[in-house]
Design a protein around this ligand. Structure first.
Ligand code: UGA
Length: 443
């Protein structure tokens, strides 16, 4: 840990990626400073509170703050003075209808940091960016930094999943660094020395390949989910069962069972916007046909939301107007309070717009959901949410919902009807308790 104790690292941007990275690096023994332009967020982090739900991160943050190895600031001059390695972890949201990535936060991070760089420094981007961005940023950094080309930029994409951020950061499945600079490579190697010693693959590539690794990984995952959801569409009309189909496919280890879970499909702050930004970039590069299949991946994903709404409508006799509907789940996936492009909330608000009285319950995302969707009603427990329901929809597969007791739920609903949007329940068990059970891709 000698090397770790020596290296001082800054983490710029303290969202899901940055806050998790900062706490984990301090845990690994580095001296870390986290920066954000949002003062309220920095105040929370300084007091040991994580501004979002991420299992295990609260404890890690408190521990790291207590070691004295982790600090937070809003001041770029302080960060430049403190650290020799800067990690850019800001967001790259979808810009507009074009689907292209909005690079304003990445550009602002470089523009704010560079003028303070007066000694040789390594800057490493971790945000997800369109291929070609890093080369432009490297030139911008060298042009704006007083130290000039001794401020060097590399790109090292991250692959952490929300809900497993701490685990994925401390035990990544690979480290990729895009650079042709021995100094950048050395700094990134030192950062992950412990993991590399434990056998984690360490790949050095050019900038463009490193950028592409990230977006192509997310494009592949999205494609795998939409593939099985396309099979669900076929299964529904052909009289087949997509769950058995997925299981049978999974035993072929060339295919594998992960990310082959049929249901309401993908959402969140990454997969949907990343495939759109990837298509937009391919278009700019003149290779639009190479990624046109991703348009279908996106379309299949959107159709699952519409299909879920249709199944619920059929179950209650064809019309939502004046009916009472319960939605279990608001987060885009369990173990997260992230509601960005949440399939659950999309379906809930569509049903509300069709005239139903919709009540939503989620173990972690209620506050965020209430802010974003004031047109919906909210309850603070599953049973309260289900009171008087004409139909219940399970749209985010939290353990609490997977383990729900059909007999207990039956005591509060008006009608025992359930749409399992995540194929999370055992149909036999629920039907045996008198429920009308419907799911995507099954009879
Ligand atoms: C995703 C990637 O999995 C990470 O590797 C990547 O680092 C991250 O994006 C990122 O770009 O930062 P995340 O957005 O946290 O991570 O969520 P996932 O676990 O990938 O789930 C995405 C969506 O797919 C969720 O809505 C989930 O419900 C859905 N999903 C997942 C399915 O519908 N079926 C499956 O079989 C698996």
């Amino acid at each position: 840990m000698v090397e770790a104790e020596r290296m001082r690292v800054s983490v710029i941007g303290t969202g899901y990626l940055g806050a998790t990275t900062a706490a984990c690096l301090a845990e690994l023994g580095f001296e870390v400073i986290g920066l954000d332009v949002d003062e309220a967020k920095i105040d929370l982090l300084r007091s040991g509170k994580v501004p979002f739900y991420e299992p295990g991160l609260d404890e890690l943050l408190t521990e790291s703050l207590q070691t004295g190895r982790l600090h937070f600031t809003t001041d770029f001059a302080e960060v430049a003075e403190f650290a020799d390695l800067h990690l850019i972890c800001v967001g790259t949201p979808q810009r507009d209808e074009s689907g292209a990535a909005d690079l304003k936060y990445v550009n602002a991070a470089i523009d704010s940091l560079a003028p303070h760089l007066t000694r040789p420094t390594v800057v490493v981007g971790r945000s997800t960016v369109p291929v070609g961005t890093a080369a432009t940023l490297a030139a911008r950094l060298a042009a704006l930094a007083p130290i000039g080309e001794e401020a060097e930029l590399g790109w090292s994409p991250e692959f952490l999943r929300e809900g497993f951020g701490v685990e994925d950061t401390l035990r990544p499945n690979r480290i990729v660094i895009g650079t042709d600079s021995p100094r950048v490579e050395k700094a990134v190697r030192a950062l992950w020395q412990q993991q590399v010693d434990e056998g984690v693959p360490f790949l050095v590539t050019d900038l463009q390949t490193a950028e592409l690794v990230k977006v192509s990984a997310n494009a592949f995952l999205a494609t795998k989910i939409s593939f099985i959801n396309a099979m669900a569409e076929v299964s529904e009309v052909a009289g087949a069962d997509v769950i058995q189909l997925a299981e049978a496919l999974s035993y072929d280890d060339r295919i594998g069972g992960k990310f082959l879970g049929p249901g309401l499909g993908f959402g969140g702050g990454c997969l949907p916007k990343d495939i759109r930004a990837f298509m937009a970039r391919a278009d700019e590069l003149g290779v639009e046909p190479a990624l046109s299949f991703l348009r279908e991946v996106d379309a299949i994903n959107q159709r699952r939301r519409a299909r879920t709404t249709d199944i619920a409508r059929q179950l209650i006799g064809g019309n939502f107007a004046g009916r009472t509907v319960t939605v279990l789940g608001a987060a885009f996936k369990p173990n997260s309070d992230d509601i960005r492009d949440s399939p659950a909330l999309d379906v809930a608000s569509t049903i509300a717009s069709l005239g139903a009285h919709v009540t939503v319950y989620d173990p972690a995302a209620l506050e965020r959901a209430r802010e974003a969707h004031p047109e919906l009603n909210y309850a603070t427990s599953m049973l309260d949410a289900a009171r008087g329901a004409d139909v219940v929809l399970l749209l985010t597969e939290w353990a609490e919902f997977r383990e729900a007791n059909p007999e207990e739920l039956a005591t509060v609903v008006a009608q025992k009807r359930i749409v399992d949007g995540r194929n999370a329940l055992d149909p036999t068990y629920w039907r045996a308790s008198g429920w009308t059970y419907r799911a995507l891709g099954r009879q």
